[in-house]
Each structure stands twice: as C-alpha cells, then as structure tokens.
Design a binder for this molecule. Sequence first.
Ligand code: SAM
Ligand code: SF4
Length: 337
Amino acid sequence: MTKLSPLIDPFNRKITYLRVSVTDRCDFRCVYCMSEKMQFLPKKDLLTLEELDKVCSVFIEMGIKKLRITGGEPLVRRNILSFFKNISRHLKKGSLEELTLTTNGSQLKKFAKPLVDLGIKRINISLDTLNPEKFKTITRWGRLEQVLEGIQEAKKSGLSIKINKVALKKTNQDELNDFVKWCGDEGFDLTFIEVMPMGDFGADDRLDQYWSLQDLRKDLEKIWTLNDISLTTGGPARYCEILETGQKVGFITPLTHNFCESCNRVRMTCTGQLFMCLGQEEDADLRSALRENINDDTLLRKRIMQAIDRKPKGHDFDYSRQKISGQISRYMSHTGG
Ligand code: SAM
Ligand code: SF4
C-alpha cells in the first residue's frame, strides 16, 4: 500500500493522535456521562473488531503515532484482547509509537497483565472519589472495591497509571487533598477534568456540577506548592508539579482555556463516525467507506483525507453567564472521552 502524505489540517496542525471508541456500552452509568436508562446501539451498527483493526491500521499508515482505545468501557467489549493483540503488531514494527487506553478500571484485574504483555505501558484510569458511597452515587452501578483491586493489579503489572478525576462541585470537592495525597503515595499522575456539556440530559445538572479548575487550583494551593511545567501533549491538559510529592498534576480545562491551536487529534466512534473536534458536530462517515469494499481501502483513505481537510479551528464550549452554550448533544460515551 502506498503511504500518503501526513495528515495535516487546514490550520497546519499535524494529526498524529487517534482516539477510538470500541463500544458505546459500559458497566457503569456515570451521572455526567450516561443517563440511567441508556439505549445502546444495535450490533450491526458497530464496527466489527476486524473493521476497527482495518481503520486503525490505515490511520497508522497515514501517520497516526498514538492510538488510544476508549469507549464506553473498552474492556467490556467481547474479545477486546484479540483486537489489542492484532493492533499491537504496529507497535512491534515501530510504525505506532504508543498504544494505550482509558478505562474505568473495573476489568483491570483480568486484563492488566495481558495488556502489558502486548506492549502497553501506560493507561488512564477514571476515578472521581475514594469514598465507596460517593462512588456509587457517581457511577450508579460501580463498586469502588473492584476498581481499586483493578488499579492495584495494573500497578503490580508495571503499568504507569494516570488517574482522571472529573471535578464535581459538592460531590468530590471535600476530598481534594486526600485524593492528591493518595495519588502521590501510590505514584500515580493525576489529571483533573472539568465537566463538559455533553449529552442531551440534565444540562442544568452539568452547570450545577461545574467546578472550575481555576477554583480547584486555588484550593490545592492552600496546601501544596504547585510549579507549572511546560509539557505539551497537543491536548487540552496543562501540567504542574506538586513539589511536596513530586507528582505531575494535569488540568483539562476546555471550558476556561482554549487549547485548540495545538490540537493533534481526531476521534472515531464505535460506528466509524470520525469527529474532527470533540466540541463540534462536524463528522465523517468512515463505516460506509470501509464497508463499500473491504479489500480496497482507497475510498477509506480518501474520506479520511477529506475529513482532515474539514477539521474545525476549535470548539465553542462556554459556561459563562451561567448558561451553557456550545453544548454538544452526543454522549461522551459515544464519542469516546
Ligand atoms: N469508560 C472509560 C472511562 O470511564 O475511563 C472510558 C470512556 S469515558 C467516556 C472517558 C472519560 O470521559 C472519563 O475520564 C470520564 O470521566 C470522562 N467524561 C465522561 N463524560 C464527561 C463529561 N460530561 N465531562 C467531562 N468528562 C467526562
Ligand atoms: Fe462508563 Fe466511562 Fe461513561 Fe463512566 S465515564 S459511564 S465508566 S463510559
């Protein structure tokens, strides 16, 4: 297959990072992510594991260097390990630099070791609280103990762990410093995420839950010494170091800062819809291109190139003036966080 020129968008941003949602399903129902009664997609709409492998491989041939698998909960997709096993061939060949995933941690007891054996080195685990009751309130269906066991297994297997914690006013505000300390003691990096206006449910709740990371940072600075560090990942996070623990702390602030100028990523849903920007509705249908002729990827490549040519300059999320604008109707579990 001929290698096409690198994926460069109209704003001269080189696209090297693909996030792929492999399922819209999940064993949790986090309040900011899903409604209690979710309608999941019929199986025929989902890309098969072979189709996912095909699209990811074409993207890698076109210059993607980092691949993050997400969902829904990626580790609840049936036979997901076979997908990881196949796609890890690109790591071995050196055409892919990093294969990683974002998980809620519930299945890590089973999967951590096999993932390490396939060459996965770092993972992001989402965890918003260390309090079992609050955990139940936030995830509705989750059990904290199971996640903590999974996290320990991941640590034991040698994975570097970054904890993603959604900042939720009133809900996990009071345990901020204990949480930072726990991450420091365990050797985990930590990233705070501002709650984003995704999904067509409870937009008012999002506003109610919204705890600005500027305010969170001020609270942190009452106890810890924070030093800004210049670490650019092309993503929305800004990083600092906590001097007392030496750990790295990130702040994902799509709502207070605009991070779009250095954006290097695109996202694909489990149905093969490519979103060029998390905060815009603009998309491209890769599934039809893929299914048109599974043995010839010319159309798929063409559609990817055309999509990158349409990558928007940025998003329009804005919580200012106590109203939400730029709201996106799809769920995070659909786009893949
Ligand atoms: N199930 C996996 C997990 O929870 O890590 C992967 C998918 S989840 C959609 C990816 C990330 O999106 C999680 O860290 C989650 O906390 C975050 N997320 C979901 N809905 C969000 C929202 N409305 N605002 C901000 N972050 C959100
Ligand atoms: Fe599931 Fe992750 Fe969404 Fe929670 S944030 S419901 S764990 S997909």
